[in-house]
Design a protein around this ligand. Structure first.
Ligand SMILES: *[C@@H]1O[C@H](CO)[C@@H](O)[C@H](O)[C@H]1NC(C)=O
Ligand SMILES: *[C@@H]1O[C@H](CO)[C@@H](O)[C@H](O)[C@H]1NC(C)=O
Ligand SMILES: *[C@@H]1O[C@H](CO)[C@@H](O)[C@H](O)[C@H]1NC(C)=O
Ligand SMILES: *[C@@H]1O[C@H](CO)[C@@H](O)[C@H](O)[C@H]1NC(C)=O
Length: 710
């Protein structure tokens, strides 16, 4: 078995190099470690991380939360404009240490910052595991900053600097929307809205109900933004509706939203959202059995895409393991809105039942989750429905297949920033996607007619330094790690010195200037004659003509090229091997599934008898929970044993290999990709492309294979 695994990994690696969107080879490598404008990392003590977090970009300045400080940096040079120091008092630190936290964690890590309409800055931090907020007034005469108010930051800032939380301040209503946790242990996760006004304590504050795994369960928030009349929250969480083969809950990617004008329901639901809905995000490689990237890691802002729609680009990964894979998918905001507005709701009648959609006539009116002028007047039926069933039945599918997939042999993708609508020489517009990795690099990616091209891979920090935030302006890219910030130009056109190599970058920022014979950035395009070919990456207009398989100068590319040519040589042989392997595996798997299925049957019988009395509690769950929260009793977290899913529902590599075997015999599998925004349809891929892509989709999944065979 160990040999089989090695062989599988070997094959996966090699097929991976030849892929359409898997493990694409960057056109250009840039080593920028130690270059560009830098901030931080001067006296880094490895035990005391700064936990930098990019909190806002405010005109020409960047606001960065750090340990016991907020930095206001100049966007142009990363020099410090201002700095606010805020250390927790010694007794707070002692108390925090007594509760078992490390001295390094018992500091004030600033996690939230917003500029209020009165010009004051709202700043919130972990404050030695006891979150606090302050308001600061800026005196433009002497440049000093004065603390004018301090209040409890519970539900606004997390307790732990590592917690993945999100906050969005809305100046018009002086309210803050957050996705975070409200307790020391980090168990009570919530989506919350709090009024920041003085003397407004408690008024208009609304939250998700606690201790209900159908609402939120151990979420990691990645972003929030306002879009039309809603606030959207993006996160990953343990899905109440899904268990894997070992009856463990699976993490799913989610998008959720609340209405800005939601005032909560009538008592006792007066502090509950009446509009909180959520849906699963589906970023997957399709074959007979889809291969899912379930763990949402980062999302972009909504990017304008045609009439009345916006695209959100998102980074996903498979569960963490040494064979983790990442992918980038794009989603239509219109599609998300439509699902929330017209889709059906998913529910489970009893703890033992399957999750099913509600029938049209079972959904109360007005429709649960709709924005209404006065939510406190909503009928009880609507409110209790939405509190119990916030999940939409259908998952939101991405726009076409993943834009890019990074295999297990590549660093994980961690962050994303999109520079929208960059003009090419021929006035076509392209969204440029920048991706941060777990090994301190940034990839610059552009989608051309449905295919991704990795224009450039830039090493920004030492290997092993994950990128935690990315921000792009039309000229600069700001890259944030826990202890260092860098600012680099968005392009490196000048690195290429011939026309064909310049054109080959397929970078909308770069074109060959046939007068000065240089690869130049768009800033210097004026008059003259510029050569660029975004679609084919080669041009007859180049003096050297069309150069196929251009060899780049970089060593890193060289080594990859050697491997690529080997793949070419052995491809047929390897395909044969893969098919043979699949046949062997399907034999083994058949036996295995039989075994699992019988185990599953036994297990579900056991659960059924154990939990047979919990059915009625569960049906009146929404109400029972409400009363409990209002009296502020902390109930222990109820963790339903969700069973009753077919073992097949969560796909693993073994079944994928099986389905690959089937697909090989279905050459007419349609796979047409429509590019968002432009309405261009690229032709279906041919049979060989499908075969290759299925192999690629299948084989790298051996982190599951590993689980199965070892
Ligand atoms: C997109 O990729 C496919 C598969 O590699 C290729 O056949 C097709 O020509 C590409 N399209 C463009 C416009 O490059
Ligand atoms: C950051 O500093 C700049 C330059 O002094 C100032 O204009 C800006 O208002 C500051 N931002 C905040 C949020 O304090
Ligand atoms: C926050 O997210 C990062 C990256 O996705 C992850 O490595 C980390 O464990 C998360 N933090 C917590 C407390 O779960
Ligand atoms: C996710 O998308 C894939 C590909 O479009 C599809 O085959 C699959 O059924 C979808 N899954 C869910 C849960 O909707």
């Amino acid at each position: 078995m160990a040999n089989l695994l090695t062989l599988l990994t070997f094959l996966a690696t090699f097929f991976g190099l030849n892929g359409a969107s898997l493990n694409l080879r960057p056109r250009q490598f840039v080593n920028a470690v130690g270059f560009g404008d830098r901030f931080g990392s001067i006296n880094t003590n490895s035990e005391e991380s700064d936990h930098f977090k990019l909190l806002a970009a405010d005109g020409d300045s960047l606001l960065v939360g750090a340990r016991n400080a907020v930095y206001n940096l100049s966007l142009a040079s990363l020099s410090v404009n201002h700095r606010i120091d805020w250390k927790p008092p010694a007794e707070h630190i002692e108390e925090c240490i007594m509760k078992g936290k490390s001295k390094a964690d018992c500091q004030n890590y600033i996690r939230v910052l917003a500029r209020k309409s009165d010009g004051h800055a709202l700043v919130c931090g972990t404050h030695a595991f006891s979150p606090k907020c302050r308001e600061y007034a800026y005196n433009s005469q002497d440049g000093s900053v004065k603390n004018t108010r301090q209040f409890d930051g519970q539900g606004i800032s997390p307790y732990d600097p590592r917690d993945n939380s999100t906050a969005l301040y809305i100046p018009e209503s002086n309210e803050i929307y957050t996705g975070t946790v409200t307790d020391f242990a980090g168990n009570d996760a919530l989506i919350y809205r709090k009024s920041i006004g003085e003397g407004q304590a408690g008024r208009g504050n609304v939250r998700t109900q606690r201790d209900d795994v159908r609402v939120l369960d151990a979420p990691n928030f990645v972003a929030s933004f306002t879009y039309k009349e809603h606030i959207y929250f993006w996160f990953r969480e343990q899905a109440a509706e899904a268990v894997d083969n070992n009856e463990e809950r699976v993490v799913y990617a989610r998008v959720s939203r609340v209405c800005k004008n939601d005032r909560g329901g009538a008592r006792p639901a007066n502090e509950r959202w009446t509009s909180f809905l959520k849906a699963r995000l589906n970023c997957s490689l399709s074959s007979a059995a889809p291969f899912y990237f379930n763990e949402l890691k980062a999302v972009s802002e909504p990017i304008a895409a045609g009439a009345n729609d916006h695209t959100v680009y998102a980074v996903f990964s498979t569960p963490s393991s040494e064979l983790q894979m990442s992918a980038v998918c794009a989603f239509s905001m219109k599609r998300i809105r439509d699902e929330f507005e017209y889709g059906s709701f998913k529910y489970q009648r009893t703890v033992q039942s399957l999750w099913l959609p509600y029938g049209r006539n079972e959904i109360p009116k007005p429709r649960p989750g709709t924005c209404v002028p006065d939510s406190t007047k909503l009928p009880e039926a609507t409110i209790s429905f939405v509190l119990r069933n916030p999940l939409m039945h259908k998952a939101i599918e991405s726009i076409g297949p993943p834009l890019l997939v990074e295999g297990a042999d590549r660093a994980d993708l961690t962050q994303i920033a999109v520079l929208p609508r960059v003009d090419s020489v021929s006035d076509q517009r392209y969204d440029i996607v920048f991706l941060g990795t777990s090994d301190g690099r940034v990839l610059k990616v552009v989608e051309i007619a449905g295919n991704a091209t990795v224009i450039q891979a830039t090493s920004v920090f030492n290997k092993g330094t994950p990128i935690v935030n990315l921000l792009t302006t039309p000229t600069h890219l700001v890259i944030v790690s826990a202890d260092e910030i860098a600012s680099l130009a968005v392009q490196n056109c000048a690195q290429q010195s011939t026309c064909s190599r310049c054109v080959q970058l397929q970078d909308p920022h770069c074109a060959w200037d046939s007068n000065s014979h240089r690869c130049v950035h768009r800033d210097s395009w004026s008059g003259g004659h510029y050569i660029q070919n975004m679609v084919f990456g080669q041009s007859e207009q180049c003096p050297e003509g069309i150069v196929v398989n251009e060899v780049f100068g970089d060593d890193e590319v060289q080594s990859e090229r050697i491997m690529t040519s080997r793949v070419g040589q052995y491809t047929a042989q390897m395909l044969l091997l893969a098919v043979l392997l699949a046949a062997v595996i399907s034999g083994v798997v058949g036996v295995f599934i039989g075994f699992r299925f019988s185990r599953w049957l036994t297990a579900s019988e056991a659960h059924r008898s154990a939990s047979s009395t919990s059915g009625s509690d569960y049906d009146s769950f929404g109400r029972a929970r409400l009363t409990r929260h209002d009296s502020l009793t902390t109930a222990s977290k109820i963790d339903h044993a969700y069973i009753g899913q077919q073992p097949k529902a969560s796909m693993d590599a073994t079944s994928l290999v099986l389905s690959m075997n089937q697909s090989v015999h279905q050459p007419h599998h349609p796979m047409s990709i429509s590019q968002h925004g432009s309405g261009i349809n690229t032709p279906s891929r041919d049979k060989n492309a499908i075969l290759t892509s299925i192999n690629q989709n299948t084989l790298p999944r051996d982190y599951k294979v590993k689980k199965v065979y070892l």
